[in-house]
Design a protein around this ligand. Structure first.
Ligand code: B12
Ligand code: SF4
Ligand code: SF4
Length: 373
């Protein structure tokens, strides 16, 4: 095998990764942090994280003889992604589904490494979809430093970084830990709308808007609806307020072109909150395929859009929200009732809805909306 570290780096850069670092294929001390976090129940309903526990803390339990990790990062920074008329989408999710976009790049890199002599089938790859503590590997390899927001920040490229890795069965010279730190800054902790960053490095996922809008099925807890603001999918507040975002990387370079992989998907570009509340099955199954937003499910997107409309106080959304009160989906009815209660509690559609509603949560939402009169 003629593979030199320089060649690996050059192949990875060639595939479009902005940062390439080598480190241990094990999360080290981060494993214990994960265990404590799971024990505290901070993963909420993401039971797959608990199911992966053993594999997350020790990749050797499932990967094929991992000796080193090639840790990769792509800078996806750029302008905010706002829907026409309001509604915000987290930047990482606006383009073609990033699991696929980055997954394609990592798979191509794997093939190129195999062509250079790495035994076929000996490399495991990840980008958010396999049991790897990606931030832990990234920190250990020097991609960036662990920030108080729990994110990995590159002192050169800032916080808008998506991570991927290849676990390889050969030794690579490990890079040094990244310089940089948050210092005395606490902006993300102070700005988090829901108080999800309980303390430096400690995020309670159950309170995070990224969790409530993407991972959570069912109702969004009442007290987290108003802080959601106009976010429909994910949340970028802890990244946007970060001083590293305004001074480093693509986000800090006005006019810098977004890489194609992170250009907003046409369906996202043309979406509106009202359109999302009314998103029908056929549309969801045809036009929304290939977007990261499908992770939230159709019900979830409609629910999130209703909450955002309620927070924006958009009177023009009332006809769609009224139709939502009669939807077959109880979650949609519940969150549309909440939104009408915020925009126009005197709206008579609420009285009619209460008279026919059979779902407990939706009934409670209507009663709460009526109580705002
Ligand atoms: C589950 C998950 C979520 C959950 C939970 C987030 C969380 N903080 O755990 C939710 C849905 C809320 C979420 C939100 C987001 N996510 Co997410 N998520 C993941 C996923 C799948 C697993 C993360 C995980 O294992 N969490 C468990 C906790 C314990 O781990 P952790 O937060 O990473 O904490 C580590 C350190 O903080 C450290 N640690 C913990 N406590 C302490 C204390 C001390 C003192 C020290 C020194 C260390 C330490 O140990 C932990 C393990 O390394 C990863 C992909 C992956 N497979 O790794 C993506 C990932 C972490 N997410 C990512 C992104 C982009 C986001 C969002 C920015 C998306 C958005 N804009 O909406 C937000 C950011 C929220 C935040 N502040 O963390 C990126 C992060 C990239 C980066 N540069 O850091 C990842 C790596 C996906 C990827 N492939 O790029 N996410
Ligand atoms: S993504 Fe939003 S809600 Fe989650 S920790 Fe960051 S600022 Fe808080
Ligand atoms: S906002 Fe401040 S504390 Fe938060 S991640 Fe950025 S530098 Fe660190």
């Amino acid at each position: 095998m003629n593979l030199t570290p320089e060649l690996v780096r050059s192949l990875a850069h060639d595939e479009g990764f902005d940062l390439v670092r080598f480190g241990p294929a094990h999360p080290g001390e981060h494993a214990a942090r994960l265990e404590a976090w799971l024990d505290e129940g901070m993963h909420g309903s993401m039971s797959w994280l608990a199911d992966w526990r053993e594999k997350l803390v020790d990749p050797a339990r499932w990967a094929r003889d991992p000796k080193s990790a090639i840790c990769l990062a792509a800078d996806y920074g750029g302008p905010p992604v706002d829907l026409a008329g309001g509604g915000r989408i987290a930047r990482y999710a606006a383009g073609r589904d990033y699991h696929r976009a980055l997954g394609d790049r990592v798979r191509r890199l794997r093939r190129r490494l195999e062509r250079e002599g790495v035994p076929h089938g000996s490399i495991d790859i990840g980008t958010d979809a396999i049991p790897i503590l990606e931030r832990a590997l990234a920190v250990r390899s020097g991609v960036g430093f662990l920030a108080k927001s729990a994110g990995v920040i590159s002192p050169d490229l800032g916080p808008y970084l998506l991570l991927s890795e290849l676990l390889v069965p050969f030794e690579l010279p490990f890079d040094l830990p990244s310089p940089g730190s948050c210092g005395t800054c606490t902006r993300c902790i102070d700005a988090c709308p829901t108080g999800a960053i309980l303390a430096p490095y400690r995020v309670d996922a159950r309170r995070c808007i990224s969790y409530t809008t993407i991972e959570l099925r069912g109702s969004i807890p009442d007290e987290l609806r108003e802080p959601q603001g106009s976010w429909v999918f994910g949340c970028d507040v802890c990244l946007e307020v970060c001083p590293f975002a305004s001074t480093r990387g693509r986000a800090a370079t006005p006019g810098a072109p977004r890489p194609d992989a992170f250009l907003p998907h046409p369906v996202v570009e043309h979406a509106t909150l009202v359109g999302l509340v009314e998103l029908d099955e056929a549309d969801y199954e045809e036009r929304w395929v290939g977007t990261a937003l499908r992770r939230a499910t159709r019900t979830g997107l409609r629910r999130n859009a209703a909450v955002a409309l309620g927070n924006l106080g958009d009177q023009d959304a009332l006809p769609a929200l009224r139709r939502g009160l009669a939807d077959v989906d109880g979650i949609v009815r519940e969150h549309c009732a909440w939104a009408i209660g915020r925009i126009a509690p005197r709206d008579t559609s609420l009285d009619a809805a209460l008279a026919r509603e059979t779902d407990d949560a939706a009934r409670r939402a209507i009663a709460t909306a009526l109580a705002r009169r």
